[in-house]
Design a protein around this ligand. Structure first.
Ligand code: NAP
Length: 312
């Protein structure tokens, strides 16, 4: 079968790190154009300054992958759906849950495919952890998600603006794993969010969760954006059978009682594009609102504290 033509909208860090090379290597997709407000292209392919220019000039492109920050995504996804495109979008999907609800409904009305991605879910070690936890239950869980904002969002001021999520932008990756693998629903019990006094989004967050489970599992979480020693992206579980199940490296390593039982390289974006191809074939959409709802509750319930200023 011939490859499906796709355009990437927003050619920033994640588009360049992941989307463009993964599409280049894909058997299912062929990059046909980019849309970049700064005019950044890929090889000799056409570059358009706005999605509208792309849709007018190259109507044969039926798919777009939207890699902008979340603040502009609702408008961009709506515009793409209205132009008759099937759409894949980066995480976090939008800035509010009602915007995401609107996109789901709009895609349904227009009979378009919408694939709202959470890249951290696309790890074999995460899939294996889910199976273990569904069999053994969970008596405790601890999320630690610490990284350097200067390394992962260099100079990106949008992360500090309202709707930019702050450290909850990477933190929602942890939630996307957590809500996928947990065998029962969890709720935010309390949260403390530290905001740099000169910024609009948090840099450090502590969360306690609760559940309606009678065994009262101990569930907690910490995000930090000033970790310069390297990434700490771990979720450690104690199962009902007493085993320690730990996901490390953002879901690429699975340890059980300290022993590595599964470890693999970076496969998230390749698997995501495989999933998009399957959804297109089946004409089905895929949206998972759970991580976003949980993060929304962190902001609704969290106590705010001011911390030191943040400057790049
Ligand atoms: P980024 O480097 O700032 O790139 C976003 C790009 O979107 C910009 O470079 C710009 O590209 C375009 N854009 C369009 N409208 C914009 C606006 N109003 N403000 C800013 N940029 C605008 O950000 P990123 O790190 O790639 O993150 C983009 C999304 O991917 C975020 O939702 C993030 O959570 C997610 N993500 C990021 C990473 C990571 O490692 N950084 C990892 C996974 C997922 P043009 O100039 O080409 O238009």
């Amino acid at each position: 079968m011939s490859k499906r033509k796709i355009a990437v909208i927003g050619v920033g860090k994640i588009a360049q790190d992941q989307h463009l090379p993964v599409i280049d290597a894909s058997e299912d997709f062929e990059l046909a154009a980019t849309v970049s407000t700064r005019g950044i292209g890929h090889g000799d392919l056409p570059v358009f300054r706005s999605p509208a220019e792309l849709y007018a000039a190259m109507p044969e492109i039926g798919l777009v992958s939207i890699c902008t920050p979340p603040g502009v995504r609702h408008a961009y996804v709506r515009e793409a759906l209205d132009a008759g495109k099937d759409v894949m979008l980066e995480k976090p999907p939008t800035t509010t849950i009602s915007e995401l609800d609107d996109l789901i409904a709009h895609a349904g009305r227009l009979d378009r495919v919408i694939f709202q991605t959470w890249h951290s879910q696309y790890n074999a070690a995460v899939d294996r952890a889910k199976v273990i936890l569904s069999e053994e239950g969970v008596s405790a869980a601890r999320i630690d998600w610490r990284e350097s904002v200067r390394k992962w969002h260099p100079g990106q001021d949008w992360v500090w603006e309202p709707g930019g999520f702050g450290v909850c932008d990477p933190g929602i990756n942890a939630f996307s794993i957590f809500t996928k693998v947990m065998p029962f629903p969890v709720f935010v019990d309390s949260a403390r969010l530290i905001f740099p006094a000169n910024r609009q989004t948090p840099i450090d967050v502590d969360i306690a969760f609760k559940s309606s489970q009678p065994h009262r599992p101990d569930l907690s979480c910490g995000f930090n954006w000033l970790e310069e020693s390297g990434e700490i992206w771990t979720i450690a579980f104690k199962t009902g059978a007493g085993n320690e199940v730990k996901l490390e490296r953002g879901g690429r390593t699975l340890r059980v009682n300290g022993e590595v039982v599964l470890e693999h390289g970076d496969e998230e974006y390749a698997r995501m594009y495989d999933r998009f191809a399957d959804l297109l074939e089946a004409r089905e959409s895929d949206v998972d609102v759970r991580p976003f709802r949980l993060m929304g509750d962190v902001f609704l319930l969290g106590a705010r504290e001011n911390g030191p200023d943040f400057n790049w």
